[in-house]
Design a protein around this ligand. Structure first.
Ligand code: ATP
Ligand code: MG
Length: 393
C-alpha cells in the first residue's frame, strides 16, 4: 500500500541560507543509498520536505534499511498519497488506510491535519474534527486521545494528499558531504571503522589510508581492510582508500630505534604520511580510532607524541568510549564480524614486550634523528608506490 516516504530531517544547524546545501546533500545521499535497492525511486524536494517516491515494484524492508543508513534522516514515514478530490474522498482514503495498517481497530488516536494549500476549503482544525468523527463512526472501539495517542494520524494537504502515521527512526546526524572531508586512518581493527562511521555521521566525507606491511601482514589482512571500507561506505558513500606499503619504513625504524619506542615512532610516521595524502586530497583533518588508555600507544602522553607531527587537527571520535561501547556501535553498523577476523595488523608484528607508555618527546625526537640518513627517501617511496582503490558498496 505504501509507495512513498516522507523524510524528516533535523532542523539544527540548517536554518538560514545554507539550508539548501544541507537538503541537496541529503537528497544526493538518499539517491546514492537507494542505488543498492531493487526498484526505481524518485527523490525530490518540495516546500521544505523531502520525498521518496517508489515507481512500480519495490522491496519495502530493503528500502527502509537503505534509508536508515542515510545520515541526516531523523524519521522515515511510509505514506499513502492520493489525489485531492475533496473531503469525502479524503475521509475514505483515511478509513482505508487505518483499516489496513491497524486492523484490530481498538486504539487511541489523534488526527493531525496540515494544510499546505491555503485554498483548501476547510481549515486544519475542521479537518481534524471531521476526520475524527468519521474514524469513531467507522471503528467504534477507537478513542480520541489528544495527549498521548497510540496512533497519530498525519494528513497533509498539498497538491496531493499525504497520509502517514508511523515514523521509523533514522540515524540522525548530518548528510555526508555537507561538512567537508577528512582522512581516516583505517586499520583492520574494531575502533577505526567505528571512528569513520561516527565522523561521517556529522556530515564529514571520508577518504581512508591503510598501512600495509607485506609480508608481515598478509593479503588477507589487506582484503579485510578493503572489506571494512566497503561496510562503512554503505553509510559514508564511496571511499578512496590509499594503501601504503609501510614495510621498509617499519624495518628501518626497527633497525635504528629502541624497540620500546617503535610503536610511537611508527605511529608518528603513519600520521605524517596520512597527512600528506590528506593535504593532497583537500581533507581538513585526520581521523583515528584511538581511545584514551586503551593500549600503550593511546595514553595521554602517547597521543600527544603522535599528535605532535601533524599540522592538521586530528579527530578521535571514540576518544572517551569504553571498548564495549565501541563494540556496540561496531555491531550495530555491521562491521564487528569482519573486524574480529584474526588477521594480524602491522602494529602487532613489531610490538615490543614493554613499550613506553609515557613517551618523552625529547627522547622520541632524538631517536628519530637516527633515521636521518634514509627515512625521507623511504617515506617518498612509500608515497609514490601507494595504491589507491575506489571503494563503493
Ligand atoms: P583499531 O581497532 O582501529 O585497529 P587499535 O585499538 O588496534 O585500533 P592501534 O593499533 O593503537 O589501536 O591504532 C590506533 C589507531 O591508529 C587506529 O584506530 C587507526 O586509526 C590507526 N592505525 C593503526 N594501525 C593502522 C594501519 N595499519 N593502517 C591505518 N591506520 C592504522
Ligand atoms: Mg589495530
Amino acid at each position: 500500500m505504501f509507495h512513498a516516504f516522507l523524510i524528516k530531517y533535523g532542523e539544527i544547524g540548517i536554518k538560514g541560507k545554507n539550508r539548501y546545501l544541507f537538503e541537496n546533500a541529503l537528497v544526493r545521499q538518499i539517491r546514492h543509498s537507494l542505488k543498492t535497492v531493487d526498484g526505481e525511486f524518485d527523490v525530490y524536494k518540495e516546500q521544505g520536505r523531502i520525498f521518496v517516491q517508489c515507481q512500480g515494484e519495490f522491496d519495502f524492508d530493503e528500502t527502509v534499511e537503505a534509508l536508515k543508513r542515510v545520515f541526516g534522516i531523523v524519521g522515515i514515514c511510509p505514506m499513502v498519497q492520493a489525489e485531492d478530490k475533496g473531503f469525502e474522498a479524503l475521509a475514505e482514503d483515511v478509513l482505508r488506510f487505518l483499516k489496513e495498517v491497524y486492523p484490530e481497530g481498538n486504539y487511541t488516536f489523534k488526527v493531525n491535519a496540515r494544510r499546505a494549500r491555503k485554498d483548501y476549503p476547510m481549515q486544519s482544525m475542521e479537518i481534524n474534527a471531521a476526520l475524527g468523527e468519521r474514524i469513531l463512526d467507522a471503528f467504534p472501539d477507537t478513542k480520541v486521545d489528544v495527549h498521548d495517542p497510540e496512533v497519530l494520524l498525519n494528513v497533509e494537504i498539498r497538491e496531493q494528499v499525504y497520509i502517514y502515521s508511523k515514523i521509523i527512526p533514522g540515524p540522525g546526524g548530518m548528510p555526508v558531504g555537507c561538512n567537508g572531508k577528512a582522512m581516516l586512518l583505517l586499520s583492520g581493527g574494531i575502533d577505526s571503522p567505528v571512528a569513520g562511521y561516527m565522523i561521517a555521521k556529522r556530515g564529514v566525507l571520508i577518504d581512508a589510508v591503510y598501512f600495509h606491511a607485506p609480508p608481515y601482514t598478509s593479503e588477507r589482512a589487506k582484503q579485510k581492510v578493503v572489506d571494512l571500507a566497503k561496510i562503512i561506505s554503505r553509510y559514508t558513500g564511496p571511499i578512496n582508500l590509499h594503501i601504503v606499503n609501510f614495510t621498509d619504513i617499519q624495518l628501518y625504524i626497527y633497525e635504528k630505534c629502541p624497540h620500546e619506542e617503535l610503536t610511537i615512532i611508527m605511529r608518528r610516521y603513519m600520521m605524517r604520511i596520512a597527512e600528506h595524502f590528506a593535504k593532497e586530497t583537500r581533507c581538513l583533518g585526520l581521523v583515528t580510532g584511538e581511545s584514551i588508555g586503551q593500549v600503550a600507544s593511546q595514553t595521554m602522553q602517547s597521543l600527544a607524541a603522535t599528535n605532535e607531527v601533524c599540522e592538521m587537527p586530528v579527530f578521535r571520535p571514540v576518544i572517551a568510549f569504553d571498548k564495549q561501547e565501541i563494540v556496540d556501535i561496531s555491531q550495530k553498523i555491521g562491521a564487528y564480524e569482519t573486524s574480529i577476523l584474526p588477521f594480524e595488523d602491522c602494529c602487532t608484528i613489531f610490538v615490543a614486550k614493554h613499550p613506553v607508555t609515557k613517551p618523552n618527546l625529547k627522547i622520541i625526537r632524538r631517536s628519530e634523528e637516527k633515521l636521518k640518513e634514509k627515512i625521507d627517501e623511504l617515506v617518498q617511496t612509500a608515497i609514490e608506490t601507494t595504491e589507491t582503490v575506489w571503494i563503493e558498496e
